[in-house]
Design a protein around this ligand. Structure first.
Ligand code: COA
Length: 385
């Protein structure tokens, strides 16, 4: 009976179309990712600023210079957050998970911001949240590192302002370009678990901030955003390229563990974002010996993973090499900070989908469950059980 019922559900909501979108399209067979019709490779080659792509996700078009300056101004307004938002981070132990710190900060905003879904105002709130997120993420990083938070300052770019607030010094152009690229690559990916979780929240007409808390909670897990840190943790555990094959045979071939940073619900070929992260790492790792070691191990593990699993459509995904970028920039492998940087980028995609859904396609998300338990039992009071 259970088996018969099982056929009526879609496990993991596979192949369910939750919404229409003009934001992102993925061809999982060919490995093509486009934002609003623009190929991801062209956006990166065209040296777009993160803010240009954020604008595209919120307004549907790339901005001209005047629109960009205006949008950047709105982001800058968001760099300043109330003290209790920073306290929501710094009141927690230094050992805290960085994504949970972001959740706490956004829960504080959900508690206090007077938000109402409103077509005239939603995009301005989103621009401000993008600013808030830079402050919150830099503060989370500094707190887990035992340093006092610094507020980002307006500069020539979002990438520069974030890095400067995180490290307290002016970043190099190479570092700015690298985080700019990473933040574009992670900005949206249609309706993965985090976006879906956030959409469930805002479908109740709960506020934008609560939707972000829901999305962050889903992102945290190792099967989703947590894979960014889990992937590089494997390389750290292996410790030496010469030990990669033995580790792979003991852990992956035996089925004891999943290879983190490999496999995807939608891509059945090489994730185009992973290709860009991999090629970007070649130069970046020259600045950081630990990251260089991780990269060499990653290359060996990648080779073994593809040899073993490509026939099943399991290839590197975006999280396989991204941690190496963050490590090269000076972010340590610690407290889920790599996943928090993922969220710094993805918050724009989340809000783009929330706005699209609430403004154009709104309906409460309320699926059904197929009951498979016992029918018609007589209730026996506890005194007789
Ligand atoms: C992302 C992920 C959950 C998507 O997979 P999915 O569509 O839900 O596929 P399933 O979990 O149903 O797995 C299907 C099969 O592929 C295998 N598989 C999928 N990814 C695998 C991986 N990374 N390592 C080893 N085996 C994997 C499963 O074991 C399963 O095998 P089986 O059919 O023999 O039981 C999965 O690939 C995974 O766990 N990857 C590792 C975590 C990760 O990198 N996540 C980031 C995604 S961007």
């Amino acid at each position: 009976m259970v088996k018969e019922h099982m056929e009526q559900i879609s496990k993991g909501l596979e192949d369910i179309n939750l919404k229409w979108t003009k934001l992102t399209s993925i061809d999982g067979e060919k490995g093509i990712l486009k934002y609003g019709g623009y190929k991801i490779e062209d956006i990166i080659k065209g040296k777009a600023l993160v803010e240009e792509v954020q604008y595209l996700f919120l307004h549907g078009e790339l901005p001209n210079k005047r629109q960009l300056a205006d949008f950047q101004g709105k982001i800058h307004d968001g760099y300043s957050v109330p003290k209790y938002v920073i306290d929501a981070i710094t009141n927690l132990p230094y050992e805290s998970d960085a994504v949970a710190l972001q959740m706490n900060a956004f829960a504080a905003l959900a508690a206090t911001e007077k938000f109402k879904w409103d077509k005239q105002a939603d995009r301005d709130v989103a621009a401000k949240v993008i600013g808030n997120m830079a402050t919150i993420t830099a503060a989370a990083y500094r707190h887990i590192s035992g340093m006092k938070p610094l507020e980002p300052e307006p500069s020539s770019s979002y990438a520069e302002s974030f890095l400067k607030a995180a490290f307290g010094k002016k970043p190099s152009q190479q570092e700015i370009d690298a985080i700019n690229t990473a933040l574009i690559l992670y900005m949206d990916h249609e309706v993965p678990a985090s976006t879906t979780a956030g959409l469930v929240v805002v479908s109740t007409l709960a506020d934008m901030y609560s939707g972000i808390v829901g999305a962050l909670a889903a992102l945290k897990g190792p099967l989703h955003g947590g894979a960014a840190e889990a992937a590089i943790s494997q390389f750290a555990q292996i410790g030496d390229p010469a030990k990669a094959e033995e580790w792979f045979n003991q852990n992956i071939v035996t089925g004891k563990s999943r290879l983190m940073g490999f496999g995807h619900r939608v891509y059945k070929t090489y994730d185009p974002r992973a290709k860009i992260f991999k090629s970007m790492a070649v130069d970046l790792i020259k600045n950081n010996r630990e990251a260089e070691k991780m990269y060499k191990i990653a290359l060996k593990v990648e080779e073994l993973g593809i040899k073993n699993m490509a026939s099943k459509g399991i290839y590197p995904n975006t999280d396989f090499f991204s941690g190496i970028t963050y490590m090269s920039l000076g972010f340590p492998l610690k407290n889920n900070i790599y996943t928090a940087i993922f969220a710094l980028s993805r918050v724009t995609g989340w809000m783009g989908h929330f706005i699209e859904y609430v403004e154009e396609q709104h309906r409460l998300i309320r699926p059904r469950a197929v009951y498979t338990g016992p029918e018609d039992r007589s209730f026996i009071p506890i005194s007789r059980r």
